[in-house]
Design a protein around this ligand. Structure first.
Ligand code: SAH
Length: 349
């Protein structure tokens, strides 16, 4: 590690902000020593706010039917090999019931942009979960919708919304998405969600095709300025039925480096150690927590559909029952000295 990199790490830890050029230099100067130095600052910052608690969210993958055609994603509409499914409102409620019994107090409903989930249908599901489990938070991750739709779903009781910005660089965004998708609309969605009052999560893939330290610096600057409540990052993992099938995937090292940086940029942020990280390394999720993350999201989807929600190849946890996923993660966190806690897990500000 050079003296310049160490100085940047100290500056970031003190000011929670760097210039674009400084973020780029911090990324370009990455080595094992710099990673350790970042971690050594990020972990105490996380510890001071959240102790050794890891928040848990039950992920319910409600549909893999999608009208979009993101070039990286296995459930893109032009993948004819995806075995399509959608859960009914009754199925989703049943998952939430099972999850509640297992101690989950946050449910994340995620899916492709499936026209079946109109405001009436999705709003009904949100209302149903909130009516039955008033001590739970409902998080939606259903892609881009109109401001009116976000407002309606919020009024039905949705608490949080996850919408990764994917990349904060317009030209990069356009290389990852078809022409009909718009960078401006994605950013509009994030602003609307925040103004409406949701706890909002953005995020990006690490090592996505055409990503550079320059585009990553823009991602970091965006997070610094937008100050989301959550930020989800995970390695890009190629999917065999997409145009990016032959592209290299993201690494554990860079993902963990970025997790530490994100913790220092916005200390209270809820940062998951993602399934994608666990997919590329058997101890990936543990490493993510040890780098500065503080959330895990075990799968609560019915086992019959898990393999079908295949955003990328070799996704883990597709064969286990929800209870197994829950206890597996609890043991994994205990093995590194952390404790999975089961309250709603709102951001501490
Ligand atoms: N339709 C919703 C949910 C998308 S899936 C939405 O648009 O927000 C959740 C996230 O998975 C995406 O935001 C993307 O960042 C990630 N993802 C998709 N394909 C991936 C891949 N091949 N490797 C790693 N992550 C991927």
């Amino acid at each position: 590690m050079t003296g310049e990199v160490l100085a940047l790490i100290e500056k970031l830890a003190a000011a929670h902000s760097l210039s674009l050029a400084e973020y780029r230099a911090l990324l370009d100067g990455r080595d094992e020593e710099a990673a350790q130095a970042l971690k050594a600052r990020a972990v105490p910052v996380r510890q001071a706010i959240y102790g050794r608690d890891v928040y848990v969210r039950g992920l319910i993958e409600i549909s893999n039917i999608c009208k979009n055609d993101c070039l990286y994603c296995g459930i893109r509409r032009s993948n004819p090999h995806a075995d399509r499914y959608r859960l009914t409102p009754e199925d989703i409620l049943a998952c939430a019931e099972e999850g509640y019994a297992l101690g989950f107090r946050t449910f994340v409903l995620q899916g492709g942009e499936d026209g079946y989930f109109t405001d009436a249908v999705l709003g009904g599901v949100v209302r149903g979960i909130k009516a039955k489990f008033s001590d739970c938070a409902v998080t939606l991750s259903m892609g881009e919708r109109s401001r009116e739709s976000y407002q309606y779903l919020f009024d039905q009781g949705a608490d949080r919304y996850l919408l990764r910005h994917e990349t904060a660089d317009r030209a990069h965004y356009e290389k990852l998405h078809p022409a009909e998708m718009s960078f401006d609309n994605r950013m509009r969605c994030l602003r609307d969600l925040k103004e409406i009052g949701y706890q909002v999560g953005c995020g990006f893939m690490v090592g996505s095709p055409y990503q550079t330290s320059g585009t990553l610096a823009e991602d970091l600057k965006f997070v610094e300025e937008f100050k989301p409540d959550m930020c989800g990052i995970g390695p890009f993992v190629p999917h065999h039925d997409t145009p990016f099938r032959d592209c290299p995937g993201g690494t554990v090292e860079l993902t963990c480096y970025l997790l530490s940086i994100l913790r220092l940029i916005h200390p209270p942020m809820l940062i998951p150690s993602t399934t994608a990280l666990g997919t590329i390394h058997p101890l990936g999720r543990e490493m993510g927590i040890e780098a500065g993350a503080n959330v895990v999201m075990p799968n609560l989807s019915p086992v019959t559909v898990r393999k079908k929600y295949e955003l990328y190849d070799n996704k883990i946890c597709t064969g286990e029952e929800s209870a197994q996923c829950r206890s597996c993660l609890e043991q994994r966190m205990a093995s590194i000295g952390y404790r999975v806690v089961t309250h709603r897990g709102d951001i501490k500000k």
